[in-house]
Design a binder for this molecule. Structure first.
Ligand code: ZN
Length: 270
């Protein structure tokens, strides 16, 4: 084990007084709620930038800090690029909209509410029908330790074969997904797409989703090359995962995206 000298990560500077993102702390639940909602909007905008939209498919959720049985989510049939503070909705386990004027995506609700309910530690989740993630999901194979970045998912994701390919609008479909989502940050739902979950923040869930989609693209690129890749040794893959695959690291990666969005998309806060 590395001696991190009281730091969360090796990436935190030891030298004091430098500009660097630090995790927030909150004076009130209202402040924390606003923070979570803003980052949820930011995560949706990041998904738009990545081209993760597919009609009304795709949903991101984050628990309310005061009422953790309720989730903030993106409104049904609104493009990720048009999600903003004023059109977010707050939804309960049964899919009732508690706050906000827009409808909820039923499939999104079924999957996310079941996972959230089964795992009280999961704060945030992301799901979308992306090009590479969905294509790779058709293979029913895990992400292999072929790059340092891919090691973030080594022994930290699952393949869910249950209900594969059946559109998840029935409640039991969501509960099967929830069961499989134990102790991992990501799932590849066979013939459907990618899911990520975070016990830390919506920022971490969103970044690991972007990372997982990229891993799927790289896997397919290597498969297309027709040359067998060299695999990273298991012990090294685990070591890399500890350092580049944590919740904190996902959150830290997202800060670059957040800063760019704040500068370029002021309408997020409308
Ligand atoms: Zn879906």
């Amino acid at each position: 084990m590395l001696d991190l000298k009281g730091r969360v990560s090796i990436y935190q500077p030891e030298q004091e007084g430098l500009i660097f993102p630090y995790e927030p702390s909150f004076e009130s639940v209202e402040e924390e709620r606003r923070h979570r909602k803003e980052r949820l909007v930011g995560a949706c905008r990041a998904f738009a930038q990545q081209g993760f939209d597919y009609g009304f498919a795709g949903h991101l959720t984050v628990r309310d800090p005061e009422r953790p049985e309720l989730y903030w989510t993106n409104p049904m049939a609104i493009h990720f690029d048009k999600v903003k503070m004023s059109n977010l909705i707050l939804v309960d386990h049964e899919g009732n909209v508690i706050e906000g004027t827009h409808a909820v995506n039923r499939a999104g609700f079924v999957l996310h509410a079941n996972v959230h309910e089964a795992h009280p530690d999961i704060i945030a989740m992301c799901h979308a029908h992306t090009v590479y993630g969905t294509a790779y999901a058709a293979l029913g194979r895990p992400i292999e330790p072929i790059t340092q970045d891919a090691c973030a998912f080594f022994e930290d994701h699952v393949i869910i074969g249950d209900e594969a390919g059946a559109v998840a609008v029935e409640n039991h479909a969501g509960s099967n997904v929830a069961t499989a989502f134990k102790g991992v940050k990501a799932a590849i739902h066979q013939n459907h797409g990618l899911l990520t979950a975070s016990r830390h923040s919506i920022e971490a869930a969103a970044f690991w989703f972007i990372a997982l989609e990229r891993c799927c693209q790289q896997q397919l690129a290597i498969a297309a090359a027709g040359i067998p890749p060299i695999y990273i040794r298991e012990d090294r893959a685990r070591y890399s995962r500890e350092h580049v695959g944590s919740e904190y690291i996902g959150w830290l990666h997202f800060q670059t995206i957040w800063d760019q969005l704040v500068q370029d998309c002021p309408d997020m806060f409308d």
